[in-house]
Design a protein around this ligand. Structure first.
Ligand code: HEM
Length: 535
């Protein structure tokens, strides 16, 4: 819409248009016919067979039979909330994203927190990563920051994601265990995946058992790009800092809570918002100038690495407040569709190979999860600004497009939507120079899997280190195959010898020495293994 008039920004009011009001009404069928009796099916006589013509019975049961949609293939269990975001200061020196340039602008958001591995009905307190997905309904369209509560990820390339998820999900023959990392397939995979060493340290730490969703950090994980109005780009990492601080529970508390109240986190979030204790996070950014791309001892495109805050401080640039519970879990929390590819002008991607794969995966999965190409018309997914394009039809289309044309350019329609220049708010992809050969390999800059894992371990207090040792001992203690336990010990030995020895002691095993050259994917394919073999 080229109108200069500020669009109506109130997502809650826009959702209101779809809210059903059943007060003081009569029951009807889905076609509006008033129902006289929906408690007795139509029968031939008192005790007689039920009649096929009973459209009231058929419709009620048919709709019920189709109530469920597939749960998300990952992050199936979640809790959502509405809120608002406001930037503290104009960020236009680094980004042209309008919602980050106007401190007077309040942007509505919808947030979904989740666990990753468990099914929709699994416990909130599993030792797991937590999803932290935020949809900003900005005046320039939706921006989704689809992050986690840990700053790094298990794998460096999206092509491994199906393997990772098959390994972490319950075993395929008996669908056990539910929502826990304590099983052979998970650790078998990890033991062959040294690039996951850093993430595994976070996963075995107290971060994996948050006390509350309100007390978790969030991270965009990948390095993204900010681009300002002059086209100057910088790298950016996104953070969410909870104003209540970061708090966890101990593992025995987590297990107790799981038994007594599997909805613990969901209930905590809901009750806090109902009570007016609105959870708040500050949005943080770490900004790196383009020319500093190679200044670090790791690759900014590698999602198993973070930028230490000592090297690049986190600037807190705005605040998000969650202030309203959803009206309907299914319509909002279940049907919301986040996508890391939903960006607005001023925010762009990098070539992180995990990010690049995600850019394909989310819409693809939502096409089946939400039943076809029109899920952007579901109320929770609609932007607060209008949609104008030539896309048409498909299952469950809601919009009635008028006119004879649905193509462009055309000379028939008088006022059909036109392309927007950058100055008019059109999204222009960042002009990154690429001159390369196609290869299936990973960059040499992606091969240091242990420095940051070690950095993480060393950053922990004694108590936290003990929790890590206990977590590894507990989880690996559930692994039946000794070979898997031993491979894991060999891998941990590259992180920290004391850690490996303590876990080995708990498991009654010795720590094997596995040269880097024998750890799958730990040295470049064209490297000399002798250079990576201990003396
Ligand atoms: C769902 C985060 C990597 C595929 C999610 C959700 C989050 C998330 C928070 C839940 C969204 C919601 O609440 O609806 C992340 C992060 C990643 C990552 C932070 C790494 C940095 C990947 C990769 C892939 C992937 C590499 C695939 C190549 C999916 C899929 C869903 C999902 C298919 C389900 C989406 C849906 O059904 O709506 N992810 N993810 N993710 N993720 Fe990821």
């Amino acid at each position: 819409d080229s109108s200069p008039v500020k669009q109506d920004n109130d997502k809650t009011a826009k959702l209101e248009a779809f809210v059903a009001d059943d007060t003081n009404t009569k029951l009807t069928t889905n076609h509006g016919v008033k129902i006289n009796d929906d408690q007795n099916s139509l029968k031939a006589g008192d005790r007689g067979a039920t009649l096929l013509e009973d459209f009231i019975l058929r419709e009620k049961i048919t709709h019920f039979d189709h109530e469920r949609i597939p749960e998300r293939v990952v992050h199936a269990r979640g809790s959502g909330a509405h809120g608002v975001f406001k930037v503290y200061e104009d960020m236009s020196d680094v980004t042209r994203a309008a919602f980050l340039c106007d401190p007077g602008q309040e942007t509505p958001v919808f947030v979904r927190f989740s666990t990753v591995a468990g099914s929709r009905g699994s416990t909130d307190l599993a030792r797991d990563v937590r999803g932290f997905a935020v949809k900003f309904y900005t005046q320039e369209g939706n921006f989704d920051l689809v992050g986690n509560n840990m700053p790094v990820f298990f794998i460096q390339d999206a092509v491994k994601f199906p393997d990772l998820v098959h390994a972490v999900k319950p075993e395929p023959d008996n669908e056990m265990p539910q929502a826990a990392s304590a099983h052979d397939t998970f650790w078998d995979f990890i033991s062959f995946m040294p690039e996951s060493a850093h993430m595994i340290m976070w996963l075995m730490s107290d971060r994996a058992v948050p006390r509350s969703y309100r007390m978790m950090e969030g991270f965009g994980v990948h390095t993204f790009r900010f681009v300002n109005a002059s086209g100057v780009a910088s790298f950016v990492k996104f953070h969410w800092k909870p104003l209540l601080g970061i708090h966890s529970v101990a593992w025995d508390e987590a297990q107790n809570i799981s038994g007594k109240d599997p909805d613990f986190h969901r209930r905590d979030l809901w009750d806090a918002i109902e009570a007016g204790a609105f959870p708040e996070w500050e949005l943080g950014v770490q900004i790196v100038a383009e020319e500093d791309e190679f200044k670090f001892g790791f690759d900014l495109l590698d999602p198993t690495k973070l930028i230490p805050e000592e090297l690049v401080p986190v600037q807190r640039i705005g605040k998000m407040t969650l202030n309203r519970n959803p009206d309907n879990f299914f319509a909002e929390t279940e049907q919301v569709a986040f996508h890391v590819g939903h960006v607005v002008p001023g925010i762009d991607f990098t070539n992180d190979p995990l990010l690049q794969g995600r850019l394909f995966s989310y819409t693809d999965t939502q096409l089946i999860r939400l039943g076809g190409p029109n899920f952007h018309e579901i109320p929770i997914n609609r932007p607060v600004v209008p949609i104008h394009n030539n896309q048409r039809d498909g299952y469950m289309r809601q919009t009635i497009n008028r006119g004879k044309t649905s193509y462009g350019p055309n000379g028939i329609a008088a006022n059909d939507p036109q392309q927007a220049k950058a100055a008019e708010g059109g999204f222009v992809s960042y002009n990154e120079r690429i001159d390369a050969k196609k290869i299936r390999a990973r960059s040499r800059s992606f091969f240091d899997h242990f420095s940051q894992a070690r950095l993480f371990f060393n950053s922990q207090s004694e108590a936290e280190k003990n929790h890590l040792i206990d977590a590894f001992s507990f989880e690996l203690g559930k692994v039946k195959m000794v070979a898997v336990r031993e491979r894991m010990l060999g891998l941990l030995n590259h992180v920290d010898k004391g850690l490996a020895a303590a876990v080995a002691y708990a498991l009654g095993l010795h720590v094997p020495t596995i040269p880097l050259a024998e750890l799958n994917g730990s040295i470049p394919a064209d490297a000399d293994p002798a250079d990576y073999t201990p003396e």
